[in-house]
Design a protein around this ligand. Structure first.
Ligand code: MN
Length: 567
């Protein structure tokens, strides 16, 4: 949909106001393509309109780069366009701070983080629309940047879109990324693919009237029978599993039949199987058993005229739209209140949400009735996901995952123990905070360090991670005398002796007569040498007491060496 139509429809509406506001704010700025920057904002907004998202999403799409790239603040936006728009833009700004460095482990984390930071799923929709246009104009950027952005799209954004059931965007993003990531493979495919595709299309066009007449005979009037060509990026994945042999890809082009009800889906499947025998094991009922991302359709491969395989996909219009646009399609239905919310839709919603949960590896809370508003539902679900974790960001854009309540000191130790030990202050989103400040998801944290500094004992009381606690304690222990005022409570004796029967009993007897209790003992025989090493932890650290004990022990002729250490 074009934004011009929306402006004509409501010349004084929110969208028109946002349009003028963004146009003015971006005036004079240009994209790397040479186009005015504002064209990007419009492209993003138009994508969101195509997904039939609500007005606020479109408004936020128009304004999404205003705070980041112009002098306008989030507060300006809030006062002109309200809280909801401001929240969406703030979410976009937070996501903009993230950087992906190409490690698989970070990819998983980053995908979770994106969900965590997007308190409203519409932020993700806007981000996907933004990424879509940035990919469409990627050719204008330097080669190195192209690769990085294409990889990020492939590993972060396309999977997110897929998981939200937005198959269309996901596939489109992958297709645009493909030539940047695999230039040689892409060139090869572009050379060989057209002939194969043309041959398949010719064949299927001959077959199509047969299907039409069979369906008509059974009083099924499909709203469309068309051809679905496999996307280049997914074709390449499939070729890799099939010896790069194009002849083995049966679904290079598939016939897609859109009918009017679920009953008709199954009826159509039967009709097709009556004309051509199905290939065993290739009938897939994704209506009874939808894919994890919510995809629903019937698939079958039949042996057509001249023994050639035909892949057929059968679905309703509603399924088709949901398959293409996933959660965004649900959102649109809700927004425009199209028809009453059918039982199947609610079931599907719950199922989508459950799958999303499973993907994010979080256990579902007790679920309530399906009547809740989707928006509320998703919001509540997201709160659940990350109840006890926060995701903070380093100035370089690295994501540090911490428990709720974590402080800058925890953050510093997660960067490096040296950073923790020498940390003297912290900046969170550009303001200085005390070291016991509670961090929140999305905070950008910069640690201020000072050489030769040592951790303070107080830190132990407020840090939330055991990593930080461990490092603080060991740093304090190392500098024991200087920093820690705590007196050592125990002494550890390390004894090296020639072993004999009864030696251990004699040692413990001497310790007992000195009125010292043994806390812990560890002995280790030195193989072949006949020596034994004994570690004894005693319940006193009193130096004179320990000294006297050592003298007594040394009277045993077998003992060669004793060292002691207060701990
Ligand atoms: Mn943008």
């Amino acid at each position: 949909m074009l934004i011009r139509e929306a402006l004509k429809e409501k010349p004084d509406g929110m969208i028109a106001r946002a349009y003028r506001f963004a146009e003015c704010a971006h005036r004079g700025q240009r994209r790397k393509t040479g186009d005015p920057y504002f064209t990007h904002a419009v492209a993003v907004a138009e994508t969101l309109m195509d997904w039939r998202l609500d007005e606020t999403s479109v408004v936020a799409g128009l304004l999404h780069d205003v705070v980041e790239d112009t002098g306008i603040t989030l507060e300006n936006i809030r006062s002109v366009f309200g809280d909801e728009t401001a929240t969406l833009i703030d979410g976009m700004t937070k996501l903009g701070r993230l950087k992906y460095r190409g490690a698989a482990a970070t990819a998983e984390n980053l995908r979770k983080l994106i969900f965590a930071l997007s308190e409203d799923l519409r932020v993700i929709f806007i981000k996907l629309a933004d990424r879509r246009h940035n990919m469409q104009t990627l050719h204008a950027l330097p080669r190195e940047t192209q690769k990085r952005i294409a990889q990020e799209t492939e590993e972060i954004y396309a999977p997110i879109a897929y998981r939200l059931g937005m198959q269309n965007v996901s596939g489109e993003l992958r297709d645009i990324a493909f030539p940047y990531l695999f230039p040689l493979e892409h060139r090869w495919l572009m050379r060989v693919l057209p002939d194969y595709r043309a041959a398949r299309l010719r064949y299927l066009r001959e077959v199509k009237p047969l299907i039409e007449s069979d369906l008509r005979e059974q009083r099924i009037a499909p709203s469309a029978i068309d051809f679905r060509t496999k996307r280049v990026s997914s074709l390449y994945q499939k070729l890799k599993q099939n010896d790069m042999d194009m002849g083995k890809i049966y679904d290079l082009v598939a016939i897609r039949i859109i009918v009017n009800s679920i009953e008709e889906c199954y009826a159509a499947l039967g009709i097709i199987h009556k004309r051509w025998p199905p290939l065993p094991g290739r009938i897939k009922d994704f209506i009874a058993m939808p894919k994890p991302n919510g995809y629903r359709s019937l698939h079958t491969t039949v042996i057509g005229p001249e023994g050639m395989y035909i892949e057929v996909q059968i679905r309703t219009q509603e399924m088709h739209e949901e398959n293409e646009n996933g959660i965004a399609a649900h959102w649109a239905y809700k927004q425009f209140g199209a028809g009453a919310s059918s039982a199947s839709r609610i079931t599907k919603e719950i199922q989508l949400v459950q799958e999303l949960r499973r993907w994010l590896d979080v256990h579902p809370a007790a679920s309530g009735s399906g009547e809740r508003d989707l928006k509320e539902f998703l919001r509540a679900m997201k709160v659940d996901f990350f109840k006890d974790r926060i995701f903070t960001i380093s100035p370089h854009g690295d994501v540090i995952d911490l428990p709720q309540g974590a402080t800058p000191v925890d953050f510093a130790y997660h960067i490096h123990s040296d950073v923790g030990n020498t940390c003297v202050g912290a900046r969170v989103n550009d303001s200085i905070v005390p070291l016991n400040h509670r961090l929140e998801s999305g905070d950008v944290v910069k640690i201020i360090t000072q050489k030769q500094k040592l951790p303070s004992e107080d830190w132990v009381r407020f840090v939330k991670t055991s990593l930080a606690r461990h490092h603080i304690k060991s740093a304090l222990r190392k500098k024991g005398g200087i920093v820690s005022k705590r007196k050592p409570l125990q002494a550890e004796l390390r004894v090296i002796a020639r072993d004999r029967v009864g030696l251990f009993r004699d040692i413990t007897a001497i310790i007992a007569r000195s009125h010292i209790n043994i806390v812990q003992v560890h002995t280790a025989n030195q193989p072949k040498s006949g020596f034994v090493s004994i570690k004894i932890l005693c319940d006193t650290a009193d130096p004179s007491k320990v000294e006297r004990l050592i003298l007594k022990l040394k009277r045993l002729p077998e003992i060669k060496e004793i060292r002691s250490q207060a701990v």
